[in-house]
Design a protein around this ligand. Structure first.
Ligand SMILES: Cc1cc2nc3c(=O)[nH]c(=O)nc-3n(C[C@H](O)[C@H](O)[C@H](O)COP(=O)(O)OP(=O)(O)OC[C@H]3O[C@@H](n4cnc5c(N)ncnc54)[C@H](O)[C@@H]3O)c2cc1C
Length: 418
């Protein structure tokens, strides 16, 4: 039986002319967005919305947004979207932008979903994608291990078949939001007797079970974002395996390139998520503190501003390619390296512009700019380090020789590991 259409869902389809889509979005915002948010967005854009909209209130309201289909306009209706063409999605984004309607569950949308679209079964997509869109099931990523980060394919967590299910044992680390997540995309070794990339399988793991222990890690800013995850015969039904047994590396690549796009700002995640605010905020700050009269600061601001534009254009190229049906290529590595290093410079500049107020301030907790600067230190590590992404660019864009690997073709079991 098909579910009746939700009254909050936008009444548009692929054949709706663009101007009618835009009119429908405006009418939807007028009807469904809480008045103070609507007025703030109209008067002062995202910055004004941030002032009047606590995060908890946004999370509470979010199901109304999800029911509209506007969270993922290009996705099929059955998965929670509106099945609209890319041009309509772009017009929608422009309409929504002033109201700062960020997508919740970014790891579900950007990491799990690409793998399900590329390699999942229809049953898996119908089961998992709609609750991702509605933020009812929060996702995290269990890939990295204490001995497998940059060289992810050397991972040692093992999955053993037990009838129509798998038992997973091992340790994962740096697992962002695992302490609040319900499900994880997981890589595990199913065959140690073949070369490392050939013996990995990709699973969807339910985190609410006795074989899963999540231990939070506190980072530099004092916040808890990521965790260690210990797996002791955690159960995954075979129906939650994505792709063939031993084909997990191929499936993982859909997740990893989604991650690079997200972290580079080309996906639905934004600069806000990865440390601090954009350069416009720093320019505003410099006006406020008077630092904008310092020629060295002005030069640095201009340079960051120009680079942010370049980054946006690079991201737009990646997005346009993906929307046109091309797999994101090594250009997402270019964006990842640039975004990570640029954001660190922007956040450092924000603290420099603050002067003494960036070193001491009244009240408890960190100043947002200081928190942003500290958080941004991870930008050149998370989602693949800058060094490793430069290797990818060197090999796949510049055509340089591959990095030597003395263990190429050797069974994983025989490769020495730390
Ligand atoms: C904030 C944050 C969030 C994260 N979230 C997640 C998550 O949710 N899920 C998840 O699975 N993982 C997550 N990670 C892990 C992340 O993917 C790894 O930290 C990253 O891939 C690097 O691995 P590593 O830490 O083991 O460093 P290593 O691989 O040990 O690298 C150490 C150093 O050696 C360099 N290096 C390594 N190999 C090479 C090479 N071939 N050539 C040149 N230099 C090299 C690296 O660049 C680095 O400087 C997160 C990390 C951070 C910082």
């Amino acid at each position: 039986m098909t579910r009746p259409a939700d009254p909050a869902r936008l009444a548009v389809d692929r054949s709706t002319p663009l101007d009618e889509v835009v009119a429908a979005v405006r009418a939807w915002l007028e009807e469904h967005l809480p008045r103070p948010w609507l007025e703030a967005g109209r008067a002062g854009g995202p910055a004004a919305v941030r002032e009047v909209r606590p995060r908890a209130a946004y999370e509470e309201w979010y199901p109304v947004f999800a029911a509209s289909g506007l969270v993922v306009p290009t996705w099929p209706v059955a998965y929670g979207g509106l099945d609209l063409p890319v041009a309509a999605a772009r017009a929608i984004e422009r309409e929504l932008a002033p109201f700062h309607l960020g997508r919740l569950n970014p790891l579900g949308l950007n990491l799990a979903a690409p793998a399900l679209f590329a390699h999942g079964t229809e049953e898996q997509r119908l089961r998992f994608l709609p609750p991702i869109v509605r933020n009812e099931e929060v996702w995290c990523q269990l890939f990295s291990e204490p001995g497998a980060g940059s060289d992810l394919a050397s991972l040692a967590t093992r999955a053993e078949r037990d009838g129509d299910r798998w038992l997973v044992t091992g340790q994962k680390v740096w697992s962002t939001w695992a302490h609040v997540a319900d499900f994880a995309v997981l890589l595990a070794r199913t065959d140690p007797d073949v070369p490392k990339r050939e013996g990995i399988t990709y699973f969807l793991l339910d985190l609410h079970q006795p074989g899963v222990e999540v231990r939070p890690l506190r980072h530099l800013t004092g916040d808890v974002d990521f965790n260690e995850v210990f797996l002791d015969r955690a159960v995954v039904p075979d129906t939650h395996r994505v792709g063939g047994v031993g084909e997990g590396w191929r499936v993982a690549n859909a997740t990893l390139s989604g991650e690079r796009q997200m972290v580079s700002g080309a996906g639905s995640g934004g600069v806000d998520r990865i440390g601090g605010r954009g350069v416009e905020h720093v320019i505003e700050l410099a006006r406020h503190t008077g630092a904008n009269t310092d020629p060295a600061i002005r030069q640095e601001l201009a340079r960051c501003y120009a680079e942010e534009r370049i980054r946006d254009w690079t991201n737009q190229r990646v997005r346009a390619g993906v929307r046109a049906g091309r797999a994101p290529g090594p250009e997402s590595s270019v964006g990842k390296v640039h975004q990570g290093e640029l954001n660190q410079r922007v956040q450092l500049l924000a603290v420099r512009v603050l002067g003494a107020a960036g070193a001491a301030w009244p009240g408890p907790g960190l100043r947002p700019e200081v928190r942003g600067m500290l958080r941004s230190r991870a930008n050149t590590i998370e989602g693949g380090t800058s060094e490793v992404n430069r290797n990818i660019i060197g090999e796949r864009v510049l055509g340089l020789p591959r990095e030597p690997d003395p263990y190429r073709g050797v069974p994983w079991r025989e490769v020495p590991r730390s």
